[in-house]
Every structure is written in C-alpha cells, then in structure tokens.
Ligand binder design. Structure first.
Ligand code: C5P
Length: 421
C-alpha cells in the first residue's frame, strides 16, 4: 500500500477514444493522466482513427493501442478480457452518440462495446457531439439508461462547436477531466484509509521546517531545514486515515493534499500553536521541526546600523517544544527526531528519555547522502522502554517511504497497551 497522495500510483485506466473531433483533446488527456501517475492503455474505435492516429496514442501512453476485437495478434498480446480485468476505470472520452447507443443496448460488435460488457470497473463517459445530436430524444434516452446502469456521465460543456453551432456538446478540457479522475481515485483511496487506515480517527500534529528568530526587522537566525521529512509524514498520516495539522516554519513546499497547514515563524509561535492543538485534542504529536535552540534576547525595533568591528547579540534559550508538550497532563503519543553527527544511537536514546518521548527517529546527518536537503533518508527508530519494542532500522529510501514506515512504527506502538508513565 502506498501513502503518497500527490500522485495516484499503480492505477490502470483504459481510455477509449471514439469518433469525434474532440479526439484530439484525448491526446492531451493521456499526458495529464500520465503526469498524475496512472498507467494508461488506449482503445480506439474505427471512427476515432479517422481523427487521430493510433501511433499518437501509442507514443503518449507508452503502450500499444488496442483497435480490433477479432485480431489474433492483438488478442495474443493483451486480449479484450484481460484488458477488461486490467482496468480500474474505463474512461470513454470522447464518447460518440453511436457508442452511447451501443452501450445502452448491450451491443458487442467491436472491441470497445465488448470491453464495456466485460469489465467490472467503473465506467465514465464524456459525451462530445453536435448540440442537436446531444439534445436528440434517442441520445437522452440512452444516457438515462446508462446512468441507471451505473455509468458516470461527465456533462459536456456549452460553447461554440467545431461544426459552427453553439450549445451543449463540447468535451471538457483535458485538464478538467484529468482532475476529476484524480479526485475520484483520491476519494476512493481516502475512503479505504478511513475504514481500514492505520491512523483512522486520530488527530496528528506535526511540526516541520526551520524556525526563524528575528534579530531586527530585516535579519534573522535560522537553519537549513527544508521541511521535506515533516511534509512527507503529513501526507503519509493523512493517507493512513488521520486528520493532520502541519505547523510549518518558513519552507517552500506545497501543502500535502487534505492536510491543514498553519504557518509560523519563531519557536515561541510554534510552541504556542502546538499548545493550541493540544486544546483541540491531539492524539499523536510528531516533532520534525529543526527548532532554533536560541533566540535573540531583545529584538531590535529598527534595523541595526553598521558601527564598530564587533557586534554582540545576546541570545537566550528557546523553549523545547516537544519536551514541553510531553510534560502536559493529557499528552499525546510523542514522536521526536534526532539529527546527530556522531554517537547517533547513544544521543538519540538519551533524548528519548530526557524529553519523555514515546518514540524517536534518528539519523546521521554527517552522511552527505541523507538528511536535511536530501530527498532520501535512513533512520533508526527507538521506542520508550515500556513499549518493549525492538529498535527498527529503516534503510536508505525516499523520504516518502521512510514516512510510511514511521507511520507503521507509530501504529505498531499504539497497539501496545502500556501503563501511563
Ligand atoms: O535536542 P534536539 O534539538 O536534538 O532534539 C530534537 C527533537 O526535539 C526534534 O524532534 C525537534 O523537533 C525537537 N525540538 C523541539 N523544540 C526545541 C528543540 C528541539 O521540539 N526547541
């Protein structure tokens, strides 16, 4: 199971292109669906091939195009029954009047109409035709039948048509269709996660990125944290069915799908926001933020002017956010991170105890291939003694994969009934 919601992995779409001028838009649709991570196989009716060549779709989809029902060579590759089973969605775009009529009446005289009868997958049709043909009683009758049969009809847009008419019948833009399809799979994946997800019903709060400690109105102290690990964790927790709040320091990352993001700047503000989350009810607190250990004692009201050869700025200690939350009476399950350059395991195990955490994930940031700005990470996870769980080695992998394994580790620890500390 993958938790990355930014793209839809391992889902198969059979895109059926039928005869109509809108077929050219389907070429772009293949691109957009591929961008979203779908595997695409294209079926073309004979009519469609009068508008666009199969070669176009072969090049764009990266798969041979299916055109014939009774072609032994094609059937030997991936036969129509196999194709029907392969599909997680049969998307017919554009869907001609003729195709709608065939579907509505159960005809099976070509590859597409046979596929329609043979597949168990959801079927979506995006009708595209002349406005008068769309309005024709027979077309509307067929559409009603298809809706009753469980087919999802994507309504055509209104506007000027290739034939010169103005009215309903234009296929929606490929970007719009791709968005609708992606949203459908996200929702389906989400529904499964909510039902069976490892963190279903939990509110997870995650701190991420650096903090920024002002020196004067134009200068600050900060660090190189990019927030990637925290953002990957937010996506993984959401995909595992949790409600997720991400308290983010200044980073330039897009908010993961479904995640509530609260932007903060300083450590003090990050703590204040974290405490508010406790009031809202928080089950799991994950501290990935690289919080500045010190802040400027007195932030200058105006820009500090250049003067002597030396400038001394007094610093005072910032609150430890994760340790403060862990001390609260109604504390969530606490997860900390430790970035070390030496004695990694020893220091991490020490922090687990000192900060009263339930779990800590540590990594060796002296390794140039993992850590802060890298897209990959490798970690060792320790659990508090009362869980009686073995430490886990998470081998070098993408931050998304590491995030998924951390979600599993949290889930497993939560299964252990422990006495409150
Ligand atoms: O002590 P150290 O900074 O190495 O601890 C790292 C862990 O503590 C991380 O989980 C980090 O997010 C958290 N932390 C915090 N507030 C601080 C310092 C660290 O929440 N002021």
């Amino acid at each position: 199971m993958s938790f990355d919601l930014s793209v839809i992995p391992n889902k198969n779409i059979v895109l059926a292109v039928t005869g109509g001028i809108a077929a050219y838009k389907s070429a772009i649709l293949v691109r957009r669906l591929k961008d979203a991570g779908f595997n695409i196989r294209v079926v073309m009716t004979h009519g469609a091939q009068a508008f666009v060549t199969p070669l176009t779709f072969q090049a764009l989809s990266g798969n041979p195009v299916h055109t014939e029902l009774l072609n032994p060579e094609a059937e030997a590759g991936m036969g129509h029954i196999e194709l029907a089973r392969w599909a997680d969605l049969l998307l017919v775009a554009p869907a001609s009047c003729d195709t709608l009529a065939k579907f509505a009446n159960g005809l099976a005289d070509d590859l597409l109409s046979t596929l329609y009868l043979a597949t168990k997958s959801p079927v979506w049709v995006a009708p595209a035709m002349n406005q008068q043909m769309w309005a024709a009683k027979a077309t509307q009758r067929n559409l009603n039948t298809l809706v009753e049969d469980g087919v999802h009809v994507i309504m055509p847009d209104a506007g000027s048509q290739a034939c010169g008419d103005i009215g309903l019948g234009r296929m929606p833009a490929p970007e719009d269709l791709a968005r609708q399809v992606t949203e459908y799979f996200h929702k389906a994946q989400r529904a499964i996660a909510e039902k069976f997800g490892m963190l279903a019903g939990k509110h997870v709060v995650i701190t991420a990125g650096p903090t920024r400690e002002a020196i004067d109105p134009v200068r600050y102290i900060s660090n190189h944290s990019t927030g990637k690990m925290g953002f990957a964790l937010a996506a993984a927790c959401y995909a595992a069915g949790a409600k997720v709040t991400l308290i983010a320091g200044p980073v330039s990352l897009d908010t993961p799908n479904g995640v509530r993001r609260i932007n903060v700047s300083s450590a003090v503000k990050m703590l204040e926001t974290s405490m508010q989350m406790l009031d809202e009810g928080c089950d799991i607190f994950i501290a990935t933020a690289a919080v500045a250990d010190y802040r400027v004692a007195e932030v200058a009201e105006h820009k500090i002017k250049k003067a002597g050869d030396e400038l001394n700025v007094a610093l005072i200690k910032n609150p430890d956010i994760v340790a403060t939350i862990a001390q609260q009476q109604k504390r969530p399950f606490m997860v900390g991170f430790a970035a070390e350059t030496r004695n990694v395991e020893e220091y991490a195990a020490g922090k687990l105890v000192a900060k009263k955490l339930d779990m800590i994930a540590c990594n060796d940031v002296s390794r140039p291939d993992i850590g802060f700005a890298s897209d990959e990470n490798a970690m060792i996870v320790f659990f508090a003694e009362q869980y009686q769980m073995q430490k886990r080695d998470l081998e070098k992998a993408s931050k998304q994969e590491i995030a998924q394994q951390l979600v599993e580790a949290i889930h497993d620890a939560l299964q252990h009934e422990i006495e409150p500390v």
